[in-house]
Design a protein around this ligand. Structure first.
Ligand SMILES: [Zn+2]
Ligand SMILES: [Zn+2]
Ligand SMILES: [Zn+2]
Length: 138
């Protein structure tokens, strides 16, 4: 487990206090976070634009990936794939949304089924999420 500085460095991001605070939040949370959740979880007050910029730079540099779970907020979760980088993300796994606690988890080892698309269609992204009860609420 590398420190925060190493994680940022590995992903070509300079260490800043705000990046540290937001990354720490991701490291200590096991579900996907929206802007509102980050804002309410972190103790330090960071302005909205900075939080959004930080999330964008984390995503662009392979630290977090977007989680599509049918809610109207963009959520992000920590990448567990070593090779995620500014070039590409490898987070092709299923997301699980709990209808009880309303949290969305990465099921990192569960991959979505390969689909055969009709002629003329090509896939760019595949976002699969399942709804149900998580192992805390079950
Ligand atoms: Zn990733
Ligand atoms: Zn739950
Ligand atoms: Zn995920």
């Amino acid at each position: 487990m590398g420190g925060l500085k190493e994680i940022l460095k590995k992903h070509n991001l300079k260490y800043t206090e705000n990046r540290k605070v937001i990354l720490e939040q991701f490291l200590s949370t096991n579900y996907a976070l929206s802007y509102n959740e980050i804002d309410s979880l972190i103790e330090k007050k960071i302005d909205k634009v900075t939080v959004y910029r930080t999330l964008k730079s984390f995503e662009e540099n392979g630290i977090v990936h977007q989680v599509v779970d049918g809610s109207n907020q963009i959520k992000y979760a920590l990448c567990h794939h070593e090779s995620c980088s500014s070039d590409q993300h490898y987070d092709t796994h299923i997301h699980f949304k709990c209808i009880e606690c309303d949290k969305t988890y990465c099921l990192n080892d569960i991959r979505p089924p390969k689909l055969k698309l009709p002629k003329g269609y090509s896939m760019d992204q595949q976002n699969v999420f399942i709804q149900g009860l998580c192992n805390y609420c079950n």
